[in-house]
Ligand binder design. Sequence first.
Ligand code: PLP
Length: 486
Amino acid sequence: LLKSELLADGQTPGHNNRSANDHANGHANGEPLPRGTMKTEFLLDRDLRKAFPVVTGGQGCYLYLSDGRTVLDATSGAAVSCIGHGDQRVIDAMTRQLNTGTPYLCSSFWSSEIAEELCKELIRGTGYEMSRAYLIASGSEAMEATIKLSRQYFFEQDKNTPRVNFIAREGSYHGNTIGALGISGHVARRAPYEPFLMNVHRVSACYAYRQRRASESDESFVARKAAELEAKFQELGPETVIGFICEPVVGAALGCVPYVPGYLGAMRAICHKHGALFILDEVMSGMGRCGTLHTWQDEGVSPDLQTIGKGLGGGYQPIAAVLISQKIIDRLLDGSGQFVHGQTYQSMPIQAAAALEVQRIKREDGLIENVSTQGAHLERMLKSLLGEHPNVGDIRGKGLFWGLEFVKDKQTKEPFDPKLNVAQRVHDAAISEPFNMTMYPGTGTVDGHTGDHIILAPTYISTTENIELIARTAAAAVNQVFKALG
Ligand code: PLP
């Protein structure tokens, strides 16, 4: 950000409102921008026409805006700020690390005690089901490393390995870099870049609300999903498949759609039957968000490779990781003894210091237990306040990760016309007066239908009062938007 003009009073300082940028910002008519918003004159952000509210600080579950408002952060940003904002203990841990003089070290030459300690903590947290952690700066980069590592697993044994195919799911999101986007089944985010994306093979999501047949049991629904994966292996030739990748609880692409009990085990069994890898992306759903440290721990189905991110650093530092099982490490040790990868900003002591302290706080303050308790309360509240709403088709999630799916017709589950931008409208209403609360909007495309959802992902430090306020405010914002839509 080189220079941006803060429009706290709706006036552009230094020159009148009708600047050259007004056109690009959709303000060619010279209308002042809303109070406390910022035009993106030099910062290239996602939406070039929009003015964003400006945040000046935060504490706990709250964000403070430049226009004087206080906003309840009911989404922890993008499910990141799990222990809340401004925790002095993390600030102190980072300051101690900064004061050593080595916030950064080149990971090709050096290790650090703090990075080693973080990895030890992460491996202990898996119950030693995984044996090494590869630290990196973002979820997308963790997915890129996973793509390469899983291919290398086969290459180490056979330089001519026919294993070239990944199977991933529709309605999924694994990141925005080209490899991670290739794995993603998020239609809208892929569209402009399709020619660059690798050829990944797809099976359907595990999406009970839209796919489970009337009176179909968990077992038969899972059996149907397993048969579909098996058929995909057969179609491709099982000996050509590197692995199957999924999010146990789908985040941005569908809005907190959890696996059906038994699903993870059934999918892993098929992968292993064919010598392929079972890979979980827990960047959004993991690190306690769903009520266990790792989502797979609820079912005891450990993966061969797993990505984590967001709740690892809790927003205090950019940090993500690949957790790697021993069978993959053994194969590399028996072969080249190297992972042919590396990026400048990885395994940094400052990243590790923040993430280690965030994990300590979660453990010592009993925050993951709080996720389960408050998550159950959030579920009850949302279902009682919005369960009968004619345009809320489904309320689903796990832990403190809940999605509302909006439909035009509750009986037929017909989605709204995408042009109505229903999820965005709910977000826009919620973030404005009088609600002043974040709700994470999204659209997902499955079976050719694009539907709207919003995500609620409160901080793990949420109290019962916070949860009740979040549920009531969400219901009020939803009611207001659908009343206006008629
Ligand atoms: N995987 C999942 C499941 C995600 O939700 C995300 C981000 O939302 C990513 C990967 C990419 O992570 P990042 O945005 O840190 O690159």
